[in-house]
Design a protein around this ligand. Sequence first.
Ligand code: TEU
Ligand code: CA
Length: 556
Amino acid sequence: MEKRWWKESVVYQIYPRSFCDSNGDGIGDLNGITEKLDYLKELGIDVIWLSPVYQSPNDDNGYDISDYQAIMKEFGTMEDFDNMIAAAHERGIKILMDLVVNHTSDEHKWFIESRKSTDNPYRDYYIWRPAKEDGSLPNNWGSCFSGPAWEYDQATDMYYLHLFSKKQPDLNWDNPAVRQDVFDMMNWWLKKGVDGFRMDVISLISKEPGLPDKEPGINGYATFNVSANGPHVHEYLQEMREKVLNNADTMTVGECSGVTLEEAKKYACSDEKELNMVFQFEHMDVDADEKTGKWCTRKMNLCDLKEIMTRWQKGLQDVAWNSLYLENHDQPRSVSRFGNDSDKYRELSAKMLATCLHMMQGTPYVYQGEELGMTNCPFDTLDNIRDLESINAYHELTQQGKISHEDMMAAINYKGRDNARTPMQWSDEKNAGFTTGTPWIMVNPNYTKINAMEQLSREDSVFRYYQKLIRLRHENEIIVYGTYDLLLPDDPDIYAYTRSLGADKLLVVCNFSENTRTFSIPDQFTNGSIMISNYKDPTIQNNMSIRPYEAFVIKK
Ligand code: TEU
Ligand code: CA
């Protein structure tokens, strides 16, 4: 397998709005990030993925961009950006920009022009369609954020497509001028010194010709990702590779809603003609409900998770490259979802989840606060929710009688995206040390117990455990490049697997439950040594008793 720096790196995702506020306006900003680079250096990460910092009216917190070459005023200036990137590079930390080019904001100058008339030079930058003959919408596609994916525009008596909010019109990638403008913009950022891109819903850029109706989902519309992996997506990414990505030593990860293993082999193929890796979503759907989709409080079945992760580990081995994640800004906190966030088990289970993920093959991503074992937040009422996805889904599904108020609030508290977006918990000072002002979203009340300052002062903290996992990956090639093999596929509590590279071997054992279980250590590991563990000094023996949420790694 070819060695690459981006295979050996650990990435840290920053959601700037919620990371650190340097000027007391309640909103995180670029200077706040610069202030915390030493913290990230101490954690040991190699790369930062910066969620969008471009100019935006913030309908979807920066994922609706009105100018790709300007910084969002609330986050600072272009000078602040240049300072931040220079300070990161001084510390050997690379920066990935979030590239959101499936759509723009409706306040982007391209769209302002496009909607003016059918013969405007920017008309074909977006996807316009008239109503069907019977006056109904152009097709039955739905928006990811509720309702139809079409918005009527009076000026030209037509509809435009928006797979996300109506303030996020989809670009028409079949238009070569759109592609060229996007590529020019990307080259401009590369010239500024950014090290690569995380590409927002890049699997959706090529729409199926004819935009046919699809199978409707729970709210009556076809889900936003029905048209994923369209006919020209690989062609467009290969063009991007030639015209942009090969101009520097870049790292790229495509957020690929609706990606299958077979498609991922093309996007992230080792021939490096498209992207380096993709974010797949199968393990994020592991606890979804057949009827209500993500909006439920169901717990996953561990065997399902093992099946999914193993299929991706084995499936991409030698032909492509995996990304590894349990959290991002769109997902609830992993310790509340897949672990146990009670006082008794929160730290143990957060470390267990980290062990399970960080010992796999692929590039690991840590989402801000995950390294502290930050938990979901008790929002309780809709007033505390800021995310348009949760708010819209609440109104749509309760009004349609598809789900009760109580069940929907429970689902939002459990799965809503705002769980990841509460301020980073730096200390036990007011507002968790995030801001001296009024935070734009509530602070999780548990910051007095769970915060970075406390964890930095304690050797057995979740932070210190992450630090060790990252260091081990940097020091042991087997963790990066070793082959993965699953043990005990049908065990409901234990996730165990091996990694092998040449004569070296690792055994990873993780208990996802509160049950104490007996596990028989394969012979070749009984004389091995413990590389890392979340309980103090487990004794390796043939029939080992595995305690609640216990995790350890044995090196042969
Ligand atoms: O997300 C798109 C996506 O496919 C999902 O993660 C989706 O947001 C999620 O399932 C809803 O719960 C990307 C960004 O990560 C997200 O923050 C943006 O809102 C969205 O694109 C639009 O740009
Ligand atoms: Ca600020």
